[in-house]
Write a protein that binds this ligand. Structure first.
Ligand code: DGL
Length: 271
C-alpha cells in the first residue's frame, strides 16, 4: 500500500530536512506540516511544546503515514520519546542524526551547538554527543532571534547578517572545530553563519544524516516507495499560507500548493 512520510516542524525549518529527504529518496511522497501560527517553539514552556507536537502528530496520522520525522530540534528534545511511545510507526528526530554527523567530522573533540532556548536548555545535544563519546566537549549557545527572521522571510537581509553576527559573538573565541546547526531553521541562514564562523569551523546540519536514517529504516522495513512515478507532496500550515508557500518555493525550488488548517488547529487546541 502506498504511504507517505510525514514531516513536522514549528514552521518552515523542517523544509530543510524535507528537501534532503526529497533529494535522497525521490520516490517518497511527503506530507509536511508547519505550525507557523504558533512558531517559535523555542521560548515556549516544555509542556506546551509537548502538547502542540502531539496535536500535529494526531493531525498527520489521519493520512496513514509510514513514518514521522520530527524535523524540529525543540520538539525532538522535548517530545520525541513520548511520541515514540504513542504511535505504532517509526518516529525519527533530528538531534541524534545531527550529533552523529558532528562526531564524524570533529577532530579536536570540541563541538559547538546553536539552537533555541529550549533545545540548549534541554542538554539534548550534549547527551547525544557524550553518549557516543564521553570525551566530547560541548559548547552550547541559544540564539533566540534567528527563527523569527526566517519565518518572516528575512534570511537574505542585512538584518539577518547583523543578527547572526551578534548572536554568534560568544562563540568567537571558543576552540570548536564543528558547529551543529541545532535548529532546522538555521540552514536558511547558512551563508551568514559561515561568513561569521569562518572556514576553519565545519558547519553541521542534521538534514543529510536524518534523511540517511530515514532511508535506512525504510529499507530495513521493506517500505521504500517503488512507484516509479514522481510523487506529489502535500503541505499544510497553521499560519499564513502565502508566506509559507513563498518560503517553501524559494527553498525547494519548485511550485507547491499549501493548505491552511486554521480551523483544525483551533479545534485541536481547544480555543
Ligand atoms: N525548527 C525548530 C527547531 O529545530 C525551530 C524552533 C522554534 O520554533 O523556535 O528547533
Amino acid at each position: 500500500m502506498h504511504q507517505a512520510i510525514a514531516i513536522l516542524d514549528s514552521g518552515v525549518g523542517g523544509l530543510t530536512v524535507a528537501k534532503e529527504v526529497m533529494r535522497q529518496l525521490p520516490q517518497e511522497e511527503i506530507i509536511y506540516f508547519g505550525d507557523t501560527e504558533r512558531a517559535p517553539y523555542g521560548p515556549r514552556a516544555a509542556d506546551e511544546v509537548l502538547k502542540f507536537t502531539e496535536q500535529i502528530v494526531s493531525y498527520l496520522l489521519q493520512f496513514n503515514p509510514k513514518m514521522i520525522i520530527i524535523a524540529c530540534n525543540t520538539a525532538t528534545a522535548i517530545a520525541l520519546q513520548h511520541i515514540r511511545s504513542q504511535v505504532g510507526i517509526p518516529v525519527v528526530g533530528v538531534v541524534q542524526p545531527g550529533a552523529r554527523a558532528a562526531i564524524k567530522k570533529t577532530r579536536s573533540g570540541t563541538i559547538g551547538v546553536i539552537g533555541t532556548e529550549n533545545t540548549i536548555r534541554s542538554g539534548a545535544y550534549q547527551h547525544a554527543l557524550q553518549a557516543i563519546n564521553p570525551h566530547i566537549q560541548v559548547v552550547g549557545l541559544a540564539c533566540p532571534t534567528l527563527v523569527p527572521l526566517v519565518e518572516k522571510r528575512l534570511y537574505r537581509s542585512n538584518e539577518a547578517k547583523q543578527t547572526v553576527r551578534e548572536s554568534l559573538r560568544p562563540l568567537m573565541n571558543s576552540p570548536i572545530d564543528c558547529l551543529i546547526l541545532g535548529c532546522t531553521h538555521y540552514p536558511f541562514l547558512a551563508s551568514a553563519i559561515a561568513e561569521v564562523i569562518g572556514p576553519r569551523v565545519a558547519m553541521i546540519s542534521s538534514a543529510d544524516e536524518t534523511a540517511r536514517e530515514v532511508s535506512a529504516i525504510l529499507h530495513h522495513r521493506g517500505q521504500l516507495a517503488q512507484s516509479g512515478k514522481i510523487p506529489v507532496h502535500r503541505f499544510f500550515c497553521s499560519g499564513d499560507p502565502g508566506m509559507f508557500q513563498a518560503i517553501a518555493q524559494e527553498w525547494l525550488g519548485e511550485q507547491i500548493k499549501v493548505s491552511p488548517v486554521f480551523w483544525q488547529m483551533t479545534r485541536l487546541s481547544g480555543n
